[in-house]
Design a protein around this ligand. Structure first.
Ligand code: SF4
Ligand code: SF4
Length: 66
Protein backbone atom coordinates (compact mmCIF):
# COMPACT_ATOMS: atom_id res chain seq x y z
CA UNK A 1 0.00 0.00 0.00
CA UNK A 2 0.97 3.62 -0.43
CA UNK A 3 2.51 5.86 2.17
CA UNK A 4 0.07 7.33 4.66
CA UNK A 5 0.43 10.64 6.51
CA UNK A 6 -0.44 10.70 10.19
CA UNK A 7 -1.95 14.16 10.40
CA UNK A 8 -1.60 14.46 14.15
CA UNK A 9 2.17 14.09 13.91
CA UNK A 10 2.77 16.11 10.77
CA UNK A 11 4.32 19.57 11.13
CA UNK A 12 3.82 20.54 7.51
CA UNK A 13 7.54 20.97 6.85
CA UNK A 14 7.22 19.59 3.30
CA UNK A 15 10.42 17.56 3.46
CA UNK A 16 8.47 14.56 2.22
CA UNK A 17 7.24 16.49 -0.83
CA UNK A 18 10.76 17.34 -1.83
CA UNK A 19 12.01 13.81 -1.14
CA UNK A 20 9.42 11.99 -3.20
CA UNK A 21 10.88 10.99 -6.58
CA UNK A 22 7.42 10.45 -8.03
CA UNK A 23 5.83 13.69 -6.87
CA UNK A 24 3.17 11.57 -5.24
CA UNK A 25 2.80 13.95 -2.30
CA UNK A 26 0.93 17.22 -2.65
CA UNK A 27 0.02 19.85 -0.09
CA UNK A 28 -3.68 20.20 0.55
CA UNK A 29 -4.28 23.15 2.82
CA UNK A 30 -1.31 22.81 5.17
CA UNK A 31 -1.08 19.03 5.16
CA UNK A 32 0.61 16.65 2.73
CA UNK A 33 -1.57 14.10 0.97
CA UNK A 34 -0.24 11.01 -0.78
CA UNK A 35 -1.69 10.11 -4.13
CA UNK A 36 -1.55 6.31 -3.94
CA UNK A 37 -1.58 5.78 -7.70
CA UNK A 38 1.74 7.63 -7.97
CA UNK A 39 3.38 6.08 -4.93
CA UNK A 40 5.73 3.16 -5.52
CA UNK A 41 6.44 2.61 -1.82
CA UNK A 42 10.10 3.60 -2.04
CA UNK A 43 9.94 4.87 1.57
CA UNK A 44 12.01 7.97 0.80
CA UNK A 45 9.40 10.18 2.44
CA UNK A 46 9.43 8.11 5.60
CA UNK A 47 13.23 8.42 5.76
CA UNK A 48 13.19 12.20 5.68
CA UNK A 49 10.25 12.84 7.98
CA UNK A 50 11.63 14.03 11.29
CA UNK A 51 8.33 13.63 13.07
CA UNK A 52 7.50 10.02 12.32
CA UNK A 53 4.38 11.18 10.56
CA UNK A 54 4.60 8.78 7.64
CA UNK A 55 3.65 5.16 7.90
CA UNK A 56 2.89 2.26 5.62
CA UNK A 57 0.37 0.72 7.92
CA UNK A 58 -3.35 1.00 7.56
CA UNK A 59 -5.33 4.11 8.27
CA UNK A 60 -6.59 2.83 11.59
CA UNK A 61 -3.44 4.21 13.22
CA UNK A 62 -4.49 7.77 12.67
CA UNK A 63 -7.60 7.21 14.73
CA UNK A 64 -5.70 6.29 17.87
CA UNK A 65 -4.94 9.50 19.68
CA UNK A 66 -1.76 9.09 21.68
S1 SF4 B 1 8.11 15.31 6.22
FE1 SF4 B 1 6.72 14.57 7.84
S2 SF4 B 1 6.27 16.37 9.10
FE2 SF4 B 1 7.14 17.10 7.18
S3 SF4 B 1 5.35 17.55 5.88
FE3 SF4 B 1 6.01 15.44 5.44
S4 SF4 B 1 4.78 14.13 6.81
FE4 SF4 B 1 4.67 16.21 7.58
S1 SF4 C 1 6.95 6.06 -0.58
FE1 SF4 C 1 8.21 7.03 -2.18
S2 SF4 C 1 6.80 7.30 -3.90
FE2 SF4 C 1 5.54 6.94 -2.10
S3 SF4 C 1 5.01 8.97 -1.34
FE3 SF4 C 1 6.85 8.28 -0.24
S4 SF4 C 1 8.59 9.11 -1.39
FE4 SF4 C 1 6.76 9.21 -2.72
Amino acid sequence: MAAFILEKLCHGCQRCLRACPNEAIKMVAHLPVVHPEQCDECEECMEVCMHGAITFRIEEESNHAR
